[in-house]
Design a protein around this ligand. Structure first.
Ligand SMILES: CC(C)(COP(=O)(O)OP(=O)(O)OC[C@H]1O[C@@H](n2cnc3c(N)ncnc32)[C@H](O)[C@@H]1OP(=O)(O)O)[C@@H](O)C(=O)NCCC(=O)NCCSC(=O)C[C@H](O)C(=O)O
Ligand SMILES: [Mg+2]
Length: 354
């Protein structure tokens, strides 16, 4: 095991110091784009200001014969476009693939100063993060970067989920995690062909009524991703990293997407992937707290300035712990209000610059 005293030392001579705190700017949606797709690229100037994170996807969904074009397209966009406060991420090819070395060397060398986070697919254990960590340090030193590029791990295999605590703690670069429900379902031999979301086959059923055994029994669809999301949230927040829900593949099912995103938000995720422009507004709505909840949280904080003792507010018991819950809500609202004047108004908070 590495000497714990060295955890925050750069892994290459001349590489920037690792961050001590993971930055948490607005991160409600990671919008996926294939930069070899001309139609999508044409939409970048309009889409970039509307999303919190724009991601150049190089991995699955990019055909093999367009891998290099997707990488070159991302380099061009990274060079040509100023993103303001929109983060620029990439999803590199899998570590076992023939493209990943060129992905990292090209992107860090050409647009490393613009790149905030590298998403690494199919991470199986801390050893995958250690590999990327050292390589990024070498490339950052070579490129003369003055801030480190962070790493986001995608959990897409049962081994990755089994090791997620070790993955989260593997490097100070770990920005956060998402899970890839399609790859993960395949790895676990789950019997679903869907990309995230629920399944009508995953149900609980009420007991038969002894008085009326032939009566229809109430049955409810369950969330097959609950366990994975909850574990990921704990692993990430335990190390100060950010958990995200992954993709919702049924693009036309906007209600299903909203419901899945909201369940993840409630459990602690800060955002989700958007695969199509229609999912951007959903993520924005779901991962921005509800104005009524923010109003109530502000009321609690104003009524209990020191966050101590027990109080009744609107018929509900409030104490030190509920005060912290309210702080989570208001801190998020304040952070989003600094970016979005409409939200600032909805939350009755001061927008940025006032
Ligand atoms: C899913 C799509 C293939 C759907 O595309 P399309 O059929 O073209 O949809 P529309 O006709 O409704 O599109 C309308 C216009 O919008 C443009 N468009 C579509 N998607 C995007 C986008 N993401 N960003 C910007 N613009 C977009 C279309 O080009 C149309 O333009 P125009 O004709 O000029 O009006 C497509 O949305 C898509 O490819 N999305 C990204 C898919 C992706 O990235 N997949 C990988 C991530 S999910 C994954 O990897 C699984 C995971 O790893 C796991 O294991 O679970
Ligand atoms: Mg996948």
């Amino acid at each position: 095991m590495r000497n714990p005293r060295d955890f925050f030392k750069p892994l290459a001579i001349g590489a920037p110091d690792p961050v001590r705190e993971i930055p948490f700017p607005p991160s409600r949606m990671i919008h996926f784009l294939d930069f070899s797709n001309e139609k999508m690229v044409a939409k970048v100037p309009d889409i970039a200001p509307t999303v919190d994170i724009l991601l150049g996807n190089l991995e699955d969904a990019v055909p093999v014969d367009r891998k290099e074009a997707a990488r070159a397209g991302l380099v061009k966009v990274g060079r040509d476009i100023e993103f303001g406060d929109t983060q620029l991420w990439t999803r590199i090819n899998a570590l076992e693939s023939p493209w990943v070395l060129d992905d990292l060397t090209t992107l860090v060398g050409e647009i490393g100063h613009k790149l905030d986070v590298v998403m690494v697919p199919k991470v199986e254990g801390p050893w995958d993060i250690h590999y990327v960590d050292r390589l990024l340090a070498q490339l950052e030193a070579k490129a003369g970067l003055d801030r480190p590029i962070l790493v986001h791990a995608i959990l897409e295999t049962s081994q990755g989920v089994a090791n997620l605590e070790e993955i989260a703690a593997a490097s100070p670069r770990i920005q956060g995690m998402s899970f890839g429900p399609a790859d993960l379902a395949a790895s676990r031999r789950m019997k679903t062909t869907r990309v995230g979301g629920g399944h009508p086959g995953y149900q609980t059923i009420a007991d038969p009524d002894p008085e009326n055994p032939d009566a229809p029994r109430a049955s409810y669809q369950q969330d097959p991703w609950h366990y994975s999301i909850a574990r990921m949230v704990d692993a990430c927040t335990a190390v100060g990293a950010l958990p995200f829900y992954g993709p919702y593949g049924d693009i036309r099912d906007l209600e299903g997407c909203e419901t899945q995103f909201r369940a993840a938000f409630l459990l602690g995720c800060v955002g989700a992937w958007s695969l199509h422009p229609a999912q951007i507004a959903i993520a924005k709505k779901v991962f921005s707290p509800d104005p009524d909840e923010v109003r109530f949280a502000k009321k609690v904080i104003e009524a209990i300035p020191d966050g101590r003792g027990v109080h009744m507010i609107d018929g509900k018991m409030q104490d030190d712990a509920t005060w912290k819950q309210c702080r989570v809500m208001v801190d998020l609202a304040e952070m989003l209000a600094r970016k979005d004047p409409e939200l600032a108004e909805a939350y009755e908070l001061e927008p940025a610059g006032t």
